[in-house]
Design a protein around this ligand. Structure first.
Ligand code: ATP
Ligand code: MG
Length: 632
C-alpha cells in the first residue's frame, strides 16, 4: 500500500505522471497530448488535445458490463413515487431528452438553464446537455424570480428546462409562474422553454415558446443521439456559488479534468465501487449534487440514489430506511441535515439495517464535534468530514482512505488531498506559515488540479482578481477560509476570512467560539459574529438555538443560560473569546443550501443593510436577530 504522504507528494512534484495515471480511470475518444498547460497562469488547461464526453463516461461505457444494473434510483416522499432506471433505461431516457433538446435548436456550446425539482428528468437533462456538448446551468429549484432572472441574464440560455412544480414538506411550490416572471424580468429571452408536467400545479403555456416534455418525448422514443466528442477543455457546465458571502459567482467547469477528478475521488476518497449504491442527500442545484449525485457515482458505475423530500418526513428514519432498502454503501450529507436529525430520537436510525453502509461523508459547513459524535454513535459507522467549494468541484481536504486508511480527528476535515498544493498564508504579509498550529488563510498554489473551476463564466478578469490577487506580488488561489494545521498535517477550519474577529488586537475565528459553545449540553446550534465596538474594535455576539427553547422562555432562564454559555467559552478558549452577549432564537438565517448567513447577521447587528438575500431560506430568522438586539 502506498503511503498517503508519498501519494500526495508525487501529485505535486510529478504532476504529469500522477494525472496521466488517474486519467486512465475514464474513457477518452482521443488521447490528450499535454497533461497540463500552465503557460498562462492562473489559467490552467488540463488534458490538452484530448477528446472526451462526460455522458459517455457516466452512462454509455457501462452498458457493456452492467446494462441491467441500477443506475438511477429516484425516491420522492413528496409525491410517494419510486422509480428505478437501469443503465440501459437511463441511456434511452438521456437520448430522448437529447433528441428533444436538439429539436428545440440546442447545439454544442449553447447554454441550457435547468430550473427543476429533484426528479429524474433533471438528471436526464443534465446528462443530455453534456452528451451533445451543450453547457448546462442548473439553478436551484424554487429560487425566487429575481434570483432566477439574474442567472438567466448571466448564462444567456437558448432553452430553459423546468417543471410545473416542486414540493417541499408536502407543500406544492408552483415553478412555472416563478419562471414566467423571471423571464419577464430578464433582459435575455430564451427561445424555448421545456416543461416537465408532474400534474402538481396548473401551468399556463406561452404559445410558440413552451413545450410539454411528455409530448416531445413521445416523438423520440427510439432516439439514438450519439455522444458529441468535445475537447477536454470544453465547458461542461456553469454553476453559481451558494451566495453565503455576497453575490454568487458563476463557476465554469471543464469536461476532461472534471471526469478524471471525479473518477479519482470515487476511488481514493469515497471508495465507491461499480455495482454499489451511492446516496447523496444534496440537491442538483448545488455542487455536491453535480459531482456526487450525478457525475461521480455514475462515472464510477454506481447506482445513484436521488431523493426528493425532507430527512424527517414521514419520520426521521426515512434516509436510513432507504440505505437498508437499496444497500447503500456510501452516503454523503451536510452537517445542517444531521443537526435536524439530532433533534429526533436516534432510534429512528438504529431501527434499520445499515450493514451495507461503509462510511458517511459530510461537507458544506464546519462539522462541530458534538454533531459528529452524535451521528457516528447513532449509525456506528465512520463519519468523514470533507472540505471543498463550488469552485473546486471535489474535496480540497479529506481523508483518502482508498490510498492509505487514516483515522479522522474530530473537528478536522482532514488533510490536503492529492493534486492540491495547500498553503497557509499570513493574512497581512502573504508569507507562508510552515509551522504547526499557526493560523492563516488557506490557499492553493497554482495550477488548481483537474476538476476545479476554469474561470468565472464570461469573466476571466473577475476570476483572476477575485481569487488570485489577494496576496501582494504573488499569484495564489485564496479559499477565503481561515485555518490551522497540526503537526500531522490535519487542518482545522476557523471560519471565513471575513468572519475573523479582532477583539482588542487578538484575532479569533468565529468558528472557534461556535465550536466551544456547541459543546454546551443545551445548545442545538449557534452562530457567532463579530460586531463593531467603539472600545474593543470588535466584540463577538452569539445567537443560540436551544434544544429546548423553553429553557430561555423567561428572563431569568435566558440570563442564567447566557452566563453559563459564557463560562463554557471562558473554560475552553479563555475570557478573551467570551461573547459580549448571548441571545436565544429559534432559527438561524441560512442559505437554501443550509449554510449560516453570518454576513447578514453581522450586518443586522451593525444596523447595516444586509445586502443580497436572494439565497436566504427563512426571512423570519433574520427578524428574530433584529428583535434580539433590543433585548437588554
Ligand atoms: P459564496 O462563495 O457565494 O459566498 P459559499 O462559499 O457558501 O458561497 P460554497 O461553494 O457552496 O459557497 O461553499 C464553500 C464554503 O463552505 C467553503 O469555502 C467553506 O467556507 C465552507 N465549507 C465547505 N465544507 C466545509 C467543511 N467541511 N468544513 C468547514 N467549512 C466548510
Ligand atoms: Mg465561497
Amino acid at each position: 500500500m502506498t503511503r498517503y504522504a508519498d501519494f500526495h507528494q508525487r501529485s505535486i512534484t510529478d504532476r504529469e505522471g500522477f494525472w496521466t495515471e488517474q486519467a486512465a480511470l475514464v474513457d477518452w475518444h482521443r488521447p490528450f497530448n499535454q497533461v497540463c498547460d500552465y503557460s498562462q497562469p492562473p489559467m490552467a488547461r488540463w488534458f490538452v488535445g484530448g477528446e472526451i464526453n462526460l455522458c459517455h463516461n457516466a452512462v454509455d461505457r457501462h452498458l457493456a458490463a452492467r446494462a441491467d444494473q441500477n443506475a438511477l434510483i429516484w425516491v420522492s416522499t413528496e409525491t410517494d413515487e419510486e422509480r428505478v432506471y437501469s443503465f440501459r433505461e437511463l441511456h434511452a431516457e438521456v437520448q430522448r431528452m437529447a433528441a428533444v433538446l436538439n429539436e428545440l435548436g440546442v447545439r454544442k456550446g449553447d447554454r441550457v438553464l435547468i430550473y427543476m425539482p429533484m426528479i429524474p428528468e433533471a438528471a436526464f437533462a443534465m446528462l443530455a446537455c453534456v452528451r451533445i456538448g451543450a453547457i448546462h446551468s442548473v439553478v436551484f429549484g424554487g429560487f425566487a424570480s429575481g434570483s432566477l432572472a439574474n442567472r438567466i441574464d448571466d448564462a444567456v440560455p437558448r432553452v430553459i428546462v423546468s417543471a410545473d412544480a416542486g414540493s417541499r414538506g408536502g407543500k406544492v411550490i408552483p415553478y412555472k409562474p416563478l419562471l414566467d416572471e423571471a423571464i419577464r424580468l430578464a433582459e435575455h429571452k430564451p427561445s424555448r422553454v421545456l416543461i416537465v408536467d408532474r400534474g402538481l400545479a396548473p401551468a399556463s403555456r406561452v404559445e410558440g415558446r413552451d413545450e410539454d416534455y411528455a409530448t416531445c418525448r413521445q416523438r423520440h422514443l427510439d432516439a439514438q443521439v450519439p455522444c458529441t466528442w468535445v475537447d477536454a477543455t470544453h465547458p461542461s457546465y456553469t454553476l453559481y456559488t451558494s451566495g453565503t458571502t455576497g453575490k454568487p459567482k458563476g463557476v465554469q467547469r471543464d469536461t476532461g479534468g472534471y471526469a478524471v477528478a471525479l473518477a479519482a475521488s470515487m476511488k481514493h476518497i469515497y471508495q465507491g465501487n461499480a455495482g454499489e449504491t451511492y446516496f447523496s442527500t444534496s440537491d442538483i442545484g448545488w455542487v455536491v449534487g453535480h459531482s456526487y449525485i450525478i457525475y461521480g457515482p455514475l462515472i464510477a458505475g454506481m447506482a445513484t440514489l436521488m431523493y426528493e423530500g425532507l430527512p424527517v418526513r414521514p419520520d426521521a428514519g426515512i434516509w436510513w430506511q432507504l440505505v437498508e432498502k437499496y444497500k447503500v454503501t456510501v452516503m454523503f450529507t451536510a452537517p445542517t441535515a444531521v443537526r435536524v436529525l439530532k433533534k429526533h430520537d436516534p432510534a429512528h436510525l438504529t431501527a434499520h439495517d445499515l450493514s451495507s453502509l461503509r462510511s458517511l461523508f459530510l461537507a458544506g459547513e464546519p462539522l462541530d464535534e458534538p454533531t459528529a459524535r452524535w451521528i457516528a454513535d447513532a449509525i456506528g459507522k465512520p463519519v468523514i468530514d470533507n472540505y471543498w467549494q463550488t469552485e473546486t468541484g471535489w474535496p480540497i481536504l479529506s481523508i483518502a482512505n482508498g490510498v492509505e486508511p487514516a483515522a479522522g480527528k474530530f473537528g478536522s476535515p482532514g488533510m490536503a488531498m492529492y493534486g492540491y498544493d495547500v498553503k497557509l498564508l499570513d493574512e497581512n504579509t502573504g508569507a507562508e506559515l510552515t509551522g504547526a498550529n499557526q493560523k492563516g488563510v488557506i490557499a492553493i498554489e497554482g495550477p488548481l488540479p483537474p476538476g476545479c473551476m476554469q474561470t468565472v463564466w464570461r469573466d476571466d478578469a473577475r476570476f483572476v482578481n477575485t481569487y488570485w490577487k489577494t496576496v501582494p506580488g504573488r499569484l495564489v488561489y485564496s479559499t477565503f477560509d481561515w485555518g490551522v494545521r497540526d503537526e500531522e498535517g490535519y487542518y482545522y477550519i476557523l471560519g471565513r476570512t471575513d468572519d475573523v474577529i479582532n477583539v482588542a488586537g487578538h484575532r479569533l475565528g468565529t468558528r472557534e467560539i461556535e465550536e466551544a459553545i456547541s459543546g454546551h449540553a443545551a445548545v442545538a446550534e449557534v452562530a457567532v459574529v463579530g460586531v463593531a465596538d467603539a472600545v474593543k474594535g470588535q466584540v463577538a455576539l452569539a445567537f443560540v438555538v436551544l434544544k429546548d427553547p423553553a429553557l430561555a422562555g423567561t428572563k431569568e432562564g435566558a440570563a442564567g443560560l447566557e452566563a453559563d454559555v459564557m463560562k463554557t467559552v471562558d473554560q475552553q478558549l479563555g475570557s478573551l473569546a467570551r461573547p459580549a452577549r448571548v441571545r436565544f432564537v429559534t432559527a438561524l438565517p441560512k442559505t437554501r443550501s443550509g449554510k449560516l448567513l453570518r454576513r447578514a447577521i453581522q450586518a443586522v447587528c451593525e444596523r447595516r443593510d444586509p445586502g443580497d438575500l436572494t439565497t436566504m431560506e427563512d426571512p423570519t430568522a433574520l427578524q428574530q436577530i433584529r428583535d434580539q438586539l433590543d433585548v437588554a
